[in-house]
Write a protein that binds this ligand. Structure first.
Ligand code: GLV
Length: 328
């Protein structure tokens, strides 16, 4: 009898997905959802052929050196900045992600965060809950207009395009974007979006939405200098990754009202949040939940599982993020 590949499920996920995996593999799952240190993760993975990770487990050269059998890491996330891709390529370990299944849900959330930020929803709710609401006032929590305003999008992949369509076709916004590469004209027309330089984007956006992947190149893509170029009335929304915004510079810009408000779903060093961001009122803060609906999270878990099953049973993953030479 041939032995089944051994798989580690590194965080608690849907039990039905773990059961599906168990029909194909010998599975060890972190059902208690223990927060493993890198050394503990390496120890758990040392005898495994594959892993299902969630984006908060770092896969780097040190870990790979401790896991000689490892052949594939299937991330249950579209972002994969937890992968050291050159190290994985060098070790012949394939990485996969979960694109497409979360696009519309994440775009919905981006728009929700934009609306909450522009219309000061959490700030006004805190005021109400604190019992401070005495009477109607003509300018109480007056926010920024959303419909008809200019939406700037930095990063124009699938999620950026979903946000552009919502802005252009749902809210009659002028949509401008900046991206490493320009979209084809037909796609620009479908999204109702116009390509501009990063400087033009910063200067013209009434609402700036960040939807680009994190990398060394995008680290602090929005820092003090970029915030200084934005309109004082502008809002900034980050649903991409912590580290794309310099959170300390943003907290200062919000405190000084250099920009009007921000909405943040991701943070540098999360789950820690920069203490000054917790002190400023003009920021809406959510705990990295942009893809969090149960149907979408289930689709993500199933796609990560399908990547493992296709890789071990058909020799290729469904949504790989690179193409290492697989020698193992
Ligand atoms: C979530 O942040 C993801 O990358 O899927």
């Amino acid at each position: 009898m041939t032995t089944q590949p051994r798989i580690l499920v590194a965080r608690r996920i849907f039990p039905e997905v773990v059961q599906r995996l168990a029909q194909h593999f010998e599975v060890q799952a972190n059902d208690a959802d223990l927060a493993w240190t890198p050394a503990e993760l390496a120890a758990q993975l040392a005898d495994k052929d594959g892993a299902l990770t969630t984006g908060s487990q770092r896969i780097d050269a040190a870990l790979l050196a401790a896991c000689p059998r490892l052949k594939i890491v299937a991330n249950m996330a579209v972002g994969y900045n937890n992968f050291d891709l050159p190290a994985m390529t060098a070790a012949g370990v394939l990485g996969s992600n979960t694109p497409d299944v979360l696009t519309e849900t994440t775009a919905d959330f981006g728009f929700a965060l934009l609306m909450a930020t522009a219309r000061r929803m959490t700030e006004s709710e805190h005021f109400l809950r604190a019992g401070l609401w005495q009477s109607w006032s003509y300018d109480m929590f007056a926010g920024a207009e959303v419909h008809g305003s200019t939406l700037g999008i930095l990063g124009m992949g699938r999620i950026g395009q979903g946000i552009a369509r919502r802005g252009a076709h749902g809210f009659g916004m002028r949509v401008i974007y900046h991206n490493r590469s320009r979209l084809a004209p037909e796609l620009e027309a479908q999204c109702g979006a116009q390509y501009v330089s990063k400087d033009e984007l910063l200067a013209q956006a009434d609402h700036l939405m960040l939807v680009l992947p994190y990398s060394a190149q995008s680290h602090h893509a929005i820092g003090a200098a970029e915030l200084a170029r934005m309109k004082p009335s502008a809002t900034l929304v980050n649903i991409a990754r912590g580290g794309i915004v310099d959170d300390a510079a943003l907290a200062q810009a919000l405190r000084q009202r250099r920009i009007a408000a921000a909405g943040l779903d991701v943070f540098e060093g999360e789950p820690a949040v920069h203490p000054e961001l917790l002190q400023v009122p003009n920021v809406v803060l959510t705990p990295h939940i942009a893809s969090a609906t149960l149907p979408t999270r289930l689709a993500m878990a199933n796609l990560a599982a399908d990547n493992l099953i296709a890789f071990f049973e058909q020799g290729r993953a469904l949504t790989p993020v690179h193409a290492p030479t697989l020698q193992k």
